[in-house]
Design a protein around this ligand. Structure first.
Ligand code: NAD
Length: 498
């Protein structure tokens, strides 16, 4: 029998399960205090899947109070080894539920089932990595004189508000909770309104893993209501946000106007992806393709500004077009599908708006350029050529399967073009010449430079943005510095006051 805060569902892959629909506070699923709900839509069919509770300001208060109580209670007493064990247990449970989590993610987000499996695997890998860190967070002894004993402690920051986007729902969830929990914080995490389902399924695993109530709270709600309540909250010590640069600005202001909570931001990008004459052509075509179209282009680090050196430009464009046309567009649950639905009708319309803007500005559509003629939010993979640096499609993050391609001649020219952006999240360089690769890597202003690959994100490697692509780094050891604060203790061993 389903409790009122769960609903029986069958995923498009044919799996029957109970979907929690409440807010997850204090290890319980509860309805929102105002009784409001959000409809969750399957973007591949545009049909409603279910409704989930909508958190309002008073629900955020409840979740923050639960996180505070846990922080000052059982979580404070948990040893680093215990924190590690809770995370490892969660990892094991997620591995056992991988197929279910992937099926839910694919249904909710529109991504192909095979990609969803990959994403859940990434989430698991990330949590396992931070489980390993929990008992290795150490301070230092710093010698200033024989009469002093100085040491540093790395203490948790406290209650962390975390706000995530819809493009990689459970992966972003893992990137956020992994380091926060490893470091001894408690969290209130708000999922994106369009994709709340997988995190609620994972909430059941949190209970099974035995985390004390209130350590991880998950709320579903709208950004300008629940998200903003979290970033303005006077009892939240830190806010970690992944999403658009426009909302990132609001979060920073909310933090400044409330209690000056610590802020980390992972924001948008418009990343250059550069192919030199001496690149391995077939490999470069595949990596560029991956850089622009993976996750239907809904990828913060999408390498969607493609620059190709003049000696191979024509043959490259031809080969890329052939490769793009091999994408299998279809229902996300079909094992053969490699290109699923965009996350929502709104997002699809936004992408189509950019395509129109490109056409109006005089860019040439090499392939794609239309909505796919079938039900659901499907967009043709699209490449524009004949672009200039002032066009919207070259400057703005489209967050859809749209790449722009331009020709270049020299290293100096391409360095300038690459850095001619307010963003600085990622970049790709394709060349067989090590000197060119290193010179470019040094000159590009971006948080990540991929050489002869793209999208090589790994939980061991720091990830984040230069310029307006963000503040702070996620993943790797660096993320731990976002979730601890250093306390310096200096002990006088006997020097009298003068
Ligand atoms: P978004 O900024 O609209 O929303 C992201 C999250 O913020 C959602 O949970 C939303 O509810 C919430 N939000 C919205 N308004 C808010 C407000 N006023 N206060 C607090 N929270 C608010 O972004 P999106 O459309 O969900 O995601 C796409 C964007 O995310 C793209 O710009 C993409 O580049 C970026 N992104 C960045 C990374 C990264 O690591 N740098 C990763 C994934 C996505």
């Amino acid at each position: 029998m389903a409790t009122p805060s769960t609903v029986s569902l069958i995923t498009p892959t044919g799996l029957s399960y109970q979907q929690p629909t409440g807010l997850f506070i204090n290890n319980q699923f509860v309805g929102g205090l105002n009784g409001r709900t959000i409809d969750v839509i399957n973007p591949a069919t545009e049909e409603k899947i279910c409704s989930v509770s909508e958190a309002r300001e008073n629900d955020v208060d409840r979740a923050v109070a639960a996180a505070r109580k846990a922080l000052n209670g059982p979580w404070k007493l948990a040893t680093p080894t215990e924190r590690s064990q809770y995370l490892y247990k969660l990892v094991t449970l997620m591995e056992e539920s991988l197929e279910k989590l992937a099926a839910v993610e694919s249904m909710d987000n529109g991504k192909p089932i095979n990609s969803a499996r990959g994403d859940i695997g990434e989430a698991i890998g990330c949590l396992r990595y931070y489980a390993g860190w929990a008992d290795k967070i150490e301070g230092r002894v710093i010698d200033t004189s024989p009469q002093h004993f100085n040491y540093t402690r790395r203490e948790p920051i406290g209650v962390c508000g975390q706000i995530i986007p819809w493009n990689f729902p459970l992966m972003m969830w893992a990137w956020k909770i992994g380091p926060a929990i490893a470091c001894g914080n408690t969290v209130v995490i708000k999922t994106a309104e369009m994709t709340p389902l997988s995190a609620l399924v994972a909430a059941e695993l949190i209970m099974q893993a035995g985390f004390p109530p209130g350590v991880i709270n998950i709320i579903t709600g709208y950004g300008d209501i629940a998200g903003s309540a979290l970033s303005r909250h006077m009892d939240v010590d830190k806010v970690a946000f992944t999403g658009s640069t426009a909302v990132g600005r609001k979060i920073l202001k909310d933090a400044a106007n409330s209690n000056l909570k610590k802020v980390t931001l992972e924001l948008g990008g418009k990343s250059p992806n550069i192919v030199f004459n001496d690149a391995n052509l077939d490999q470069a075509v595949r990596w560029i393709h991956n850089g622009v179209f993976s996750n239907m282009g809904q990828n913060c680090c999408a390498g969607s500004r493609i620059y190709v050196q003049s000696g191979i430009y024509d043959v490259f464009v031809q080969k890329l077009k052939e490769h793009v046309q091999q994408l299998v567009i279809g229902p996300p649950e079909d094992e053969k599908t490699t290109h699923g639905a965009q996350v929502s009708k709104t997002q699809l319309e936004r992408i189509l708006g950019y395509v129109e803007s490109g056409k109006k500005a005089g860019a040439r559509v090499e392939t794609g350029g239309k909505r796919v003629d079938r039900p659901g939010c499907f967009m043709e993979p699209t490449i524009f050529s004949g672009v200039s640096s002032d066009m919207e499609i070259v400057r703005e993050e489209i967050f859809g399967p749209v790449g722009v391609i331009a020709k270049f001649e020299t290293v100096d020219e391409i360095v300038e073009a690459s850095n001619d952006t307010t963003y600085g999240l990622a970049s790709g360089i394709h060349t067989e010449n090590l000197k060119t690769a290193i010179e470019m890597a040094n000159k590009i202003k971006a948080g990540t430079v991929w050489v002869n690959q793209y999208n090589g994100v790994h939980w061991q490697l720091p990830f984040g943005g230069f310029k307006q692509s963000g503040i702070g780094r996620e993943l790797g050891e660096e993320a731990l510095f976002n979730y601890t604060q250093t306390k310096t203790v200096s002990v006088n061993l006997g020097i009298p006051v003068v």
